[in-house]
Design a binder for this molecule. Structure first.
Ligand code: NDP
Length: 248
C-alpha cells in the first residue's frame, strides 16, 4: 500500500507544492486546509487526474477537536499514516512589538505553535512503535525568521517559529527510539501569498537584496527539501533544522 502523508495547510503555497511533489513520488495524501475548499478540491482533482490519490479535509489546526477529527478522517480513509508535514502557518500585518495586542499574539501562537503540537501529538499516537505503529516522519515548517527575528515586521511570528525549532529538537530526541524522525525546514523568502497577508505583497522585491542568491525562492524548492526529509533517503537524519533560504 502507498505511504500516507498528511500535509496541513495544503490548499495553496508551499503546502500545495509539497502535495504535487509527494503525489508524483507515490504518496497517498490527506490535504488539510482551513477555509479555501475550492482550492483544495481542485488540487485533489488535479492529483487524481494524474493517477494519484488524495482527499481534502477542512480543519483549523489551532482547534483541538478539529485536529482530532482530521486524524480520524485519515484513519477511516487510509487506515495508516506515515508522514506528517506541519505546514499550516500564518502571520499578521507588519507592526512593531509595542503595537501588538494579546488577541493577535494568541492567534499567531495558536496556529503556528499549538497547531503544530496538536498535529504532532496525534501523529505520534499513530506512528510510534510504542503505540503499535510502524514509525514514520514528521517535518515541521519553521522559518529563517526564527534566527533573524523579523524586526519591524512580525517578531511574534518569528518567535512562534523559534518555538517550532525547539519542539523539533526536543521531539526528535523524545521519539527517536520509537521509529519516528522529526526535522524542520526553515525557508527564507518564498513566492507565496503569505507576504500579502502581512500587508506587503511586494515584500520579496524589497528584501531580495539581502539574499545572497538575490532572489526569492519557489515553493517547489522548499518541497524538495521536505520530501527528502520525509523519505528513507534521510533515514539517519533527525533533529535537523534545514535552511532553504538562498544562502541567507
Ligand atoms: P500561505 O499563506 O500561502 O498558505 C497558508 C496555508 O495554510 C493555506 O493552505 C491555509 O489554508 C493554511 N492555514 C492557515 N492557517 C491555518 C489553520 N489555522 N488551520 C489549517 N490550515 C491553515 O503560506 P505559505 O505557503 O507561504 O507558508 C507555508 C508554511 O511555510 C507556513 O508555516 C509558513 O510560516 C512557512 N514559511 C513560509 C515562508 C514564505 O516566505 N512563504 C518563509 C518561511 C516559512 P486556507 O487556504 O484554507 O486559508
Amino acid at each position: 500500500m502507498d505511504k500516507v502523508m498528511l500535509i496541513t495547510g495544503a490548499s495553496r503555497g508551499i503546502g500545495a507544492a509539497i502535495a504535487r511533489l509527494a503525489a508524483a513520488r507515490g504518496y497517498a495524501l490527506c490535504l488539510n486546509y482551513r477555509e479555501r475548499s475550492e482550492a483544495a478540491a481542485s488540487l485533489v482533482e488535479e492529483i487524481e487526474r494524474q493517477g494519484g490519490h488524495a482527499i481534502a479535509v477542512a480543519a483549523d489546526v489551532a482547534d483541538e477537536a478539529q485536529v482530532v477529527q482530521l486524524f480520524e478522517r485519515i484513519d477511516q480513509a487510509f487506515g495508516r499514516l506515515d508522514v506528517l508535514v506541519n505546514n499550516a502557518g500564518m502571520l499578521e500585518t507588519q507592526m512593531r512589538l509595542e503595537q501588538m495586542d494579546a488577541a493577535r499574539l494568541q492567534r499567531v501562537f495558536a496556529t503556528n505553535v499549538i497547531g503544530s503540537f496538536l498535529c504532532a501529538r496525534e501523529a505520534i499516537k499513530r506512528l510510534s512503535t510504542r503505540h503499535g505503529g510502524r514509525g514514520g516522519a514528521i517535518v515541521n515548517l519553521s522559518s529563517i525568521a526564527a534566527r533573524i527575528g523579523a524586526p519591524n515586521e512580525y517578531i511574534d511570528y518569528a518567535a512562534a517559529k523559534g518555538a517550532i525549532d525547539s519542539m523539533t529538537l526536543g521531539l526528535a530526541k523524545e521519539v527517536a527510539a520509537e521509529g519516528i524522525r522529526v526535522n524542520a525546514v526553515r525557508p527564507g523568502v518564498i513566492h507565496t501569498e503569505i507576504h500579502a497577508s502581512g500587508g506587503e505583497p511586494g515584500r520579496i522585491e524589497r528584501v531580495k537584496a539581502s539574499v545572497p542568491m538575490a532572489r526569492g525562492g519557489l515553493a517547489e524548492e522548499v518541497a524538495e527539501a521536505i520530501l527528502w526529509l520525509a523519505s528513507e533517503a534521510a533515514s539517519y537524519t533527525s533533529g535537523a533544522l534545514l535552511d532553504v533560504s538562498g544562502g541567507r
